[in-house]
Design a protein around this ligand. Structure first.
Ligand SMILES: Cc1cc2nc3c(=O)[nH]c(=O)nc-3n(C[C@H](O)[C@H](O)[C@H](O)COP(=O)(O)O)c2cc1C
Length: 211
């Protein structure tokens, strides 16, 4: 059995979704596809997303994590592998991966992507169609909606270039759902806008999409 399937949480089933995000199982039964891609880029709020992963799993979602190499500087892939019961993907060109084109295979699994924390860097890449690592490539190839939860230092957040990139993405309402960062204490010790939105807000957005 492949590595990918061996590492699945017991009982979870990976079947590409049909129309409307519904899976057709043998015997004609239909059930909701509750597979989510959890994208993680390299921000300090990555530690909060461990809890998000836990909560999504508790809500019975099958969570497949894709991290940037920089995100893995903050929290190890092992943490997300353990919390979700699924292997974590970092690189497009992985000798040991079951998939020769993971950005395509993963885009066929998830019904929704949640990208949290979304760095200024990944927001810029998505806004301009750059695809130079697995996560940004998947953001282009992913056919469903993507929830983006940016988080960063307040100077970065208020920077007009960043705000312009965010504004570009807001235009594509059918594709991107932006959960704005909040005001408050920041990890850098300063105060201002840029805190990752409350996890409940992100979860509500997920529930709105997968009813
Ligand atoms: C300690 C530390 C904390 C950081 N926190 C953030 C952050 O919260 N948000 C952000 O946009 N960038 C943050 N950065 C900068 C990003 O890690 C950097 O822009 C990186 O290139 C992002 O790569 P990625 O988007 O591919 O993950 C931080 C960098 C360091 C060293």
């Amino acid at each position: 059995m492949s590595n990918f399937l061996c590492n699945r949480r017991k009982g979870s089933r990976i079947i590409p979704p049909g129309p409307g995000g519904l899976l057709r199982l043998s015997g004609g039964k239909r059930m909701k596809n509750k597979s989510i891609i959890l994208g993680i880029s390299g921000g300090i709020a990555t530690y909060k997303v461990c809890d998000l992963a836990r909560k999504l799993v508790k809500m019975d979602f099958t969570v497949h994590t894709v991290m940037t190499e920089n995100a893995a500087q903050f929290v190890t892939p092992l943490t997300f592998k353990t919390l979700t019961g699924n292997p974590v993907f970092l690189r497009s060109f992985e000798e040991t991966s079951r998939y020769s084109m993971p950005h395509i295979s993963l885009s066929q699994i998830g019904r929704l992507m949640v990208l949290a924390p979304a760095t200024a860097n990944i927001i810029a890449k998505i806004a301009h169609g750059l695809a130079d690592d697995l996560l940004s490539t998947l953001c282009l190839s992913f056919p469903h909606k993507i929830i983006l939860a940016p988080s960063m230092n307040h100077h970065m957040y208020r920077n007009p270039v960043f705000q312009n990139n965010l504004a570009l993405l807001r235009k594509y309402r059918d594709k991107y759902i932006i959960i704005d960062a909040e005001k408050g204490d920041l990890a850098c010790g300063e105060e201002g806008e840029g805190r990752l939105a409350d996890l409940q807000k992100i979860i509500r957005a997920v529930e709105n999409e997968i009813k």
